[in-house]
Design a protein around this ligand. Sequence first.
Ligand code: PMV
Length: 341
Amino acid sequence: FNIHTETVSESCPSNIALIKYWGKYENQIPANPSISYTLNHCKTNTSMEFLADESFSVQTFLAGNEEVKFAEKIEKYFKNIEQYLPWILKGKYIIRTENTFPHSSGIASSASGFGAIAKCLMKLDELFSEKVSEEESLRKASFLARLGSGSACRSLYNGLVVWGVSDEVEGSSDLFAVKYPDSEIHEVFKNFNDWVLLIHEGQKSVSSTVGHGLMNTNPYAERRFQEARENFVPMKEILKGGHMEHFIKLVEHEALTLHAMMMMSDPAFILMKTGTMEVINTIWEFRRQTGLPLFFTLDAGANVHVLFPKDASEEKIKIFIEKELLQYTQNNGVVKDVMQF
Ligand code: PMV
């Protein structure tokens, strides 16, 4: 090396899946394709200091210099990806990381977190290896992020992003995510709000790693993987044509299916809380009464992502959320995000 110490910084947003990834094979190969929206405000900012050295070690800090316990996880991850970044174990790392969303809010930080780490690694790689095109570098960052946390590979691109082979999406792959073409997306889906209602702060009772694993013995798993693949057919048509009603139906169905799979696992588990159910029912009632496009999706937790387009109806919807839905959150917790296009 001619470089002894180097610090790189990167930022990466979180994402929320519309067609869900739940279930995987060896080496982080997804059992079905998924598609997500990349968020704008929910981000992880990471700086990575690298010191060339004979011995390999990792130290991790949160902003504010609090040392945090994920160094071991990162060490394991770095060892795992050495075959793709041959220099990676030849030094010491100090990683500082900060999330723009509240700590312990239950918003998954693994997607933005591993996204940011993968981007930092690719920046270092540029110093140590031959330069590649920006496109290739992003693709490799997505590939590396996937090996940290599957859904993280979708956070490397903005707009709608697909991970996993789908006959409906050209160039899609199980190994990295690809951007869903903007030209195939109707304008109504390019300006969207995602307000994350924080129903339950703190640790989930079952991690997503365990949850994915339980799909291996779930009797409904094969049917579910097939359904997710099939759902790309209507999704493609909906996105192109701007069919809001069908979009709402499909996205909510996907969210509920994810949680139904958890309930049908052995052992069964439930990540929704009372507040989650209250929010869902209140949203449905609001739609029945007003016909306005307010709907929800869920990730592997109790929080509710409340989705609605930025259009003439949005002020009325915002007032409704503040008045009727915030009461089901912990401490009025809400993160008001928008999709990044
Ligand atoms: O990336 P993981 O292993 O944390 O899995 C996340 C899975 C879901 O968030 C529930 C769905 C998805 O596609 O993001």
